[in-house]
Design a protein around this ligand. Structure first.
Ligand code: ADP
Ligand code: ZN
Ligand code: ZN
Length: 760
């Protein structure tokens, strides 16, 4: 008897091993001595010792390697399988669909500590208050201790895990002190069977469309059959309430619910929305977790201890004891596609898992991707529409400002220099009006920093990154002008701002264009300067630079939610999911640039972003409006979007894609090659084309240099294969891709394969 093991090596095969000598000798040994399929074993591999997953038991006669050449496994790490049949099937499917080595698939699926062979039942320290301890046990002067004690007290009798407490701001020395004083104790929480989920708050009364959606989805749940739903609801239409009421039925049936969200920035808020409705065991899964917590979360999902699981992309790969529903919120979002290693799309995997478990899967969005609309057309997704906002809230109308007719507003600095604010007078007027009415304004600009380019006015020199095909972004602030530098947003290269042009010596260097820092300063000069404005309005900048610190989002949130008039300036961070009830005006000074981009997906993504940002307006009781400042007011796509809305716009794009034979009407695989020069990468891809089977029936585009071909001093070329039928593509890839990896010219290069790529 042999075992087949998937090992974390980039080879498209599994490896046969003999059982440890002791087990071989006694055929009647305990069955537990033979490692179960789905359990971990430690094995010799060359000179290394590796940990792998047993994927099959085979007879010695069925091995392609003679018995005396086979090595024995060193030891079994688990008494029972850690991956059940469904998880193994998932791994096989991922390996096949994405043409990725099975052992490496496990490398992606398994938490680090599991891969390292750690036992699954890790112990997490909890803290709780000892019985009979009251506030009187504190000396009046021990204020800090009392304050820390009160934080723990909020968690009630059961206390909380140490990590949670530290996150909330408790300090470890105080935990120790309080323990030494006999006020609190540490303990290991015994894992109990989860208690049935209870409603913590009553559901809302649904409107007709919501009711229709909820009943349809619950029917699929009750029937115990897979159905993929596209919950297509405009921003603010109450998609979450639909999720919640479907979840209620699923949770009451004792099953788990998985909710995928695009970004971790949203999870605390999201968690609160679910936690306030259900008294349930909620687990958050995201990239910010440490290894212990990830393992704990993995275990909680696997054992069924977790009832509601909220996670980012990779949560779709977790094992679940009894999954009853998957929700993919903002299903169009680009973050669902993994852009390295195993390049899976979490929405696609979610649908696969729905089929696996015979459960409904909800893809919720206000701006469905063209792929998902096509699935509706093909009858593979059932569409549920929500076309209104509950109550009085109305979606904000969008209005164009022709920036060719109105020049942008000029300002003068203290030393008399004039500069362009990048905002038309019409937009500035609307902002002022909104602030004076006591409301908030959101100005969206998807570019952080001060300016995207540093240019020499005399000779045209531009500050470029020495390692990438990209300009360096100018980081600077008029208030703190000593802190000025150039930075590459692709590889983080940094440089000082030169005093003179390195090419011609001119001092005439100018920061061109506008990023969020500069826009904030311009707005500051207009709306927060005593010389130009009677009332000084706060300008709140929200981007990666201002939210880097852990608590900064919280602070920003608090400032916004106080509700006083203010201007928020943000990048796409503000586009998603946030609820700012007092924002009634959303301004997009130049969000429409994306309609001109070379990437055929750019109009789709630009429109999605614009609609999401626009959706931040008028979410409270007051009506909102959206102003789009553009230099191309005749652009047919832009007009379509503004006049007829996202769905008509998307339908038109779909027609175009169909005519041009682009995805989703065809199926693509993108092969990228990375190396030290462009020439070697191009050569490898040419060699790859040369070994394509003669009757492949695919469109082959390339090799060409990839967009931004030089990045971090490495060069990238790419090749695109497009097929009419998905089957044709996979047929070719399954015979061709492994020989490509083995090409002599590819030996020192990095070759990657991206199935269903989202950009090229
Ligand atoms: P979406 O996720 O579709 O953008 P939300 O789920 O955030 O929208 O809902 C927007 C607001 O509408 C929320 O404040 C929510 O509580 C409220 N809401 C949703 N459904 C109802 C309903 N049936 N009755 C009253 N208010 C509702
Ligand atoms: Zn110059
Ligand atoms: Zn760079």
């Amino acid at each position: 008897m042999l075992v087949q093991v998937a090992l974390p090596v980039p080879l498209y095969r599994v490896f046969d091993y003999r059982l440890p000598a002791a087990t071989q000798a006694t055929p009647t040994a305990e069955p537990s001595a033979r490692p179960a399929i789905g359990s971990r074993v430690e094995v010799p591999f060359g000179r290394q010792t590796l940990i792998g997953i047993v994927v099959a038991h085979i007879a010695a006669a069925d091995s392609s390697v003679p018995l005396n050449k086979l090595k024995s496994i060193y030891r079994c790490l688990d008494n029972e399988p850690i991956l059940n049949a469904a998880m193994l099937k998932l791994a096989y499917w991922l390996a096949r669909y994405y043409h990725y080595p099975l052992g490496d698939v496990f490398g992606v699926i398994l938490p680090t500590l599991v891969r390292q062979g750690k036992p699954l039942d890790l112990l997490i320290t909890h803290w709780r208050i000892l019985p009979n301890i009251t506030d009187d046990d504190f000396h009046p002067n021990a204020k800090k201790q009392k304050q820390q004690f009160d934080m723990l007290k909020l968690h009630g009798e059961r206390g909380a895990s140490e990590d949670v407490l530290l996150l909330e701001g408790m300090q470890r020395p105080f935990l120790k002190t309080l323990e030494e004083k006999g006020l609190i104790e540490r303990y290991i929480e015994p894992k109990q069977a989860p208690t049935p989920v209870k409603l913590a708050k009553l559901p809302l009364d649904l409107n007709d469309e919501q009711q229709q959606a909820v009943s349809t989805i619950i029917a699929a749940h009750k029937a115990g059959r897979y159905t993929g739903f596209l919950l297509n609801g405009i921003t603010g239409s109450g998609k979450t309430e639909v999720y919640l009421q479907v979840m209620q039925a699923v949770l009451e049936a004792g099953k788990q619910v998985l909710i995928l969200v695009p970004e971790i920035g949203l999870t605390p808020q999201t968690r609160a929305r679910f936690a306030s409705r259900f008294a349930a065991d909620i687990v958050l899964l995201h990239s910010g977790m440490n290894n212990t917590h990830r393992l704990q979360g993995w275990q909680d999902c696997r054992t069924g201890h977790a009832q509601i699981i909220i996670g980012t992309r990779s949560a779709v790969l977790y094992p679940f004891a009894d999954l009853g529903l998957i929700v993919v919120d903002e299903a169009h979002d680009g973050s669902y596609k993994q852009q390295d290693t195993l390049r899976y799309h979490a929405a696609d995997v979610a649908l696969y898992r729905g089929v696996q478990y015979n459960i409904p899967v909800i893809l919720g969005t206000a701006t469905p991707s063209l792929e998902h609309l096509k699935l509706v057309d093909d009858g593979k997704l059932v569409e549920c529409q929500l076309s209104t906002r509950p109550g009085n809230a109305k979606p904000a109308p969008m209005q164009l400002i022709d920036a060719r007719l109105q020049s942008t507003h000029q300002q003068t600095t203290d030393d008399g220099a004039r500069y362009d604010t990048g905002l038309t007078d019409a937009m500035i007027g609307a902002i002022r009006q909104t602030l004076e009415a006591g409301d908030q304004v959101l100005v969206f600009l998807n570019r952080r920093g001060y300016a995207p380019v540093l240019l020499c006015e005399a000779c045209g020199w531009q500050a470029d990154c020495p390692r990438c095909d990209a300009h360096l972004t100018v980081h600077y602030s008029r208030q703190n002008s000593s802190n000025a530098y150039l930075k590459c947003h692709h590889c983080d290269w940094q440089a000082y701002i030169p005093a003179v042009c390195p090419d011609c010596g001119s001092q005439n260097l100018d920061a061109k264009g506008i990023g969020t820092t500069r826009l904030s300063e311009n707005l500051h000069a207009i709306f927060a300067n005593p010389q130009t404005s009677k009332v000084l309005y706060p300008i709140i900048q929200i981007d990666r630079d201002t939210t880097r610190r852990k608590d900064s989002w919280e602070n920003i949130y608090q400032r916004i939610n106080q509700g006083d008039p203010a201007i928020l300036v943000g990048t796409q961070m503000v586009a998603k999911g946030h609820h700012f009830p007092n924002v009634t005006l959303v301004c997009l000074p130049n969000a429409d640039r994306g309609f001109l981009s070379a990437d055929f997906r750019s109009p789709e993504h630009t429109a999605q972003l614009m609609i999401q940002v626009a959706g931040r307006a008028g979410r409270g009781d007051k009506a909102g409006r959206v102003l789009i400042q553009t230099l191309q007011p005749d652009n047919a796509l832009l007009l379509k979007l503004v006049k007829d809305g996202y769905l008509s716009f998307a339908r038109e794009l779909l027609q175009e894609r169909k005519m041009m034979g682009l995805p989703p009407y065809t199926h693509a695989a993108l092969i990228r090659c990375e190396g030290k020069t462009l020439a070697v990468t191009m050569q490898a891809l040419k060699d790859a084309i040369a070994i394509l089977p003669s009757n492949h029936n695919l469109a082959v585009l390339g090799p060409i240099d990839a967009p931004m071909s030089k990045k971090n001093s490495r060069y990238h070329a790419q090749l695109l294969l497009i097929a009419k039928e998905r089957g044709q593509l996979h047929q070719v890839l399954s015979h061709w891709w492994q020989p490509v990896l083995a090409l002599p010219s590819a030996k020192y290069l990095k070759l990657t394969l991206d199935i269903d790529p989202v950009g090229w």
